[in-house]
Design a protein around this ligand. Structure first.
Ligand SMILES: C[S@@+](CC[C@H](N)C(=O)[O-])C[C@H]1O[C@@H](n2cnc3c(N)ncnc32)[C@H](O)[C@@H]1O
Length: 298
């Protein structure tokens, strides 16, 4: 599935080539609800309640970039908690999920992370990117990481959050089948199911230092709370349904619905059912220019 869109800034036209994408999730009203609830759950359960999990500190005048910002919920939540002297830029290939109202130190731009403006070199202290597993091919991940490295200031931090898609689940045949359909959908679109492992390797190769992975396993067993990890996973599969049917990985709405019901029944019968998420974070090396000068004058 290829979407094409031209890069534009809210109010400003940026000269950039057409953006090509393999993105497999929808950009509609139900996706807005899903992403906003997902933000709450991931922040609370995976990031210990912190919007910035990496050990990065922001100072007046510094800038933050979010790649694949979607509804901008992460940026807007962070902007509420820190001084307006810090500015925020959210980029996304689609504008449909962008918020209508936001503070003046926040901007949203239609742009792919694989092709950032030349003038952004060494501009951002923090780059946040969540859930691009459904959007970037292996080659695009390489380019995205290079672009993120370029636009970070020396000493700046990248933080990514991605799910771990298991190769084997041990929960039951219906769960196996659903995850197999998800892995096939990713593969058919050239996307990477084991992105957490790939990220760790690629970040080090691109020159990042202090590469860390923090993985949390969350129960998906039935739970009292209205919105929980089980609901999030259920919505995730529902969001992938159009892609799964379009690729004929399941033959009909009925087959999908039946599989979903049977899978959730397996989850009800398996108190140990849990899926894991990882925060992968890494730092761009500090500039050693100051130290070198010091040595010259010694
Ligand atoms: C699953 S959503 C996550 C949104 C947001 N990061 C969050 O956590 O709420 C992924 C977003 O990445 C965007 N996206 C996909 N490919 C992209 C690319 N090449 N560059 C920038 N954004 C991209 C999609 O349009 C979508 O809004």
């Amino acid at each position: 599935m290829i979407h094409e869109s031209r890069a534009t800034e809210v109010g400003v036209q940026l000269k950039a080539p057409m953006v090509k994408s393999h993105y497999i999730l929808p950009s509609d009203d139900s996706e807005i609800t899903r992403l906003n609830l997902q933000n709450q759950l991931l922040t609370r359960e995976v990031c210990d309640g912190k919007l910035i999990f990496a050990p990065a500190e922001l100072e007046h005048g510094e800038q933050v970039l979010e790649s694949g910002t979607g509804t901008g919920i992460w940026l807007l939540s962070l902007a509420e908690t820190i001084p307006p002297t810090i500015s925020f830029t959210g980029i996304d290939i689609h504008t449909r999920l962008f918020p209508q109202e936001f503070p003046s130190n926040v901007s949203f731009i239609q742009r792919s992370i694989t092709n950032l403006p030349a003038e952004w070199t060494e501009r951002f202290k923090i780059v946040n990117q969540r859930l691009l597993i459904g959007g970037l091919t292996r080659k695009e991940w390489k380019k995205a990481i290079q672009e993120i490295h370029r636009v970070l200031v020396p000493g700046g931090w990248l933080q990514c959050i991605e799910p771990n898609i298991p190769l084997k689940t041990d929960i039951g045949p219906h769960t196996e089948r659903m995850f197999a359909a998800v892995r096939d959908l990713l593969a058919k679109n050239g996307l990477v199911h084991d992105i957490v492992e790939v990220l760790g390797r690629k970040l080090s190769k691109t020159g990042f230092t202090n590469v860390q992975t923090h993985t949390v396993s969350l129960s998906a067993h039935r739970h009292e709370e209205e919105f929980n990890h089980r609901t999030l996973m259920e919505w995730f599969f529902l969001a992938l349904k159009p892609g799964i049917l379009a690729q004929k990985l399941l033959q009909s709405e009925e087959e999908f619905g039946e599989l979903m019901q049977n899978m959730l029944k397996e989850w009800d019968e398996s108190p140990q059912v849990a899926w894991s998420w990882s925060v992968v974070y890494a730092q761009k090396r500090e500039n050693n220019v100051g130290t070198a000068k010091f040595c010259i004058y010694m």
